[in-house]
Design a protein around this ligand. Structure first.
Ligand code: E4P
Length: 217
């Protein structure tokens, strides 16, 4: 399972990268705004800064909602750095743009996916990644994990190579449940990754080992 961090915060990206387990970064316009990154020029520069920290894929989202606009913005984003993956919304023009980029060998991440049918369309259009938002489904009392299972089942039925990028992850149990289902990638906040480290028996066991070592020295 690949681990992506879902943030535009450079310090958090550096912290996750330093752990040695980071495979990429996802961003979206809201995450950029949260870090105070505004204006096209600053946003493009920020993507390059992120690419210079991580070794893996960096999803950069188009703002246009029409096919021509998405193609123009996506090509500009893809030209920024070889690690960039063009993030496209799951709307009709997003599907068309996904097919356009996939035919050109430009990698894509189809975002804002909330149903198995949408995920099927993304795979048909040759998406590199599909991003079902499981936390946002859970927020409205719908089973986000069930959607991930449905997509896994459908993709396995037909051998689709599109990777299931479980997005809108909120906590460590989401990560573990997605790993059990067979999601290819998780993306979540730093806390959903570092939370996996914690166990009280690890802490108490280590404290005991260190205390026993001190007794013998
Ligand atoms: C995915 O690429 C999105 O950026 C993200 O996971 C959305 O998460 P949220 O529902 O916590 O905003």
């Amino acid at each position: 399972m690949k681990f992506f961090i879902d943030t535009a915060n450079l310090d958090q990206i550096k912290e996750a990268q330093a752990l040695g387990i980071l495979d990429g970064v996802t961003t979206n316009p809201s995450l950029m705004a949260k870090e105070g990154i505004t204006g096209a020029e600053n946003i493009l520069k920020h993507y390059v800064d992120i690419c210079n920290i991580v070794e893996g894929d960096v999803s950069a989202e188009v703002i246009a909602t029409d096919f021509e606009g998405m193609v123009k913005q996506g090509e500009e984003l893809a030209a920024l750095h070889p690690q960039i993956v063009v993030k496209l919304p799951m709307i009709a023009d997003g599907v068309k743009a996904c097919k356009y980029f996939s035919d050109k060998g430009i990698r894509t991440n189809v975002t804002l996916v909330f149903s198995a049918g949408q995920a099927l369309l993304a795979a048909k259009a040759g998406a590199t990644y599909v991003s079902p938002f499981l936390g946002r489904l859970d927020d409205i009392s719908t089973d986000g994990l069930h959607l991930i299972s449905e997509i896994r089942h459908i993709y396995d039925n037909y051998g689709f190579e599109t990777e299931i990028l479980a997005a809108s992850i909120r906590h460590t149990m989401h990560v573990i449940d997605c790993a059990k289902i067979g999601a290819d990638v998780m993306t979540g906040p730093l806390s959903s990754i570092t939370g996996l480290l914690r166990h009280p028996l690890t802490d108490s066991g280590l404290a005991q080992f260190l205390a026993d070592y001190q007794k013998g020295n």
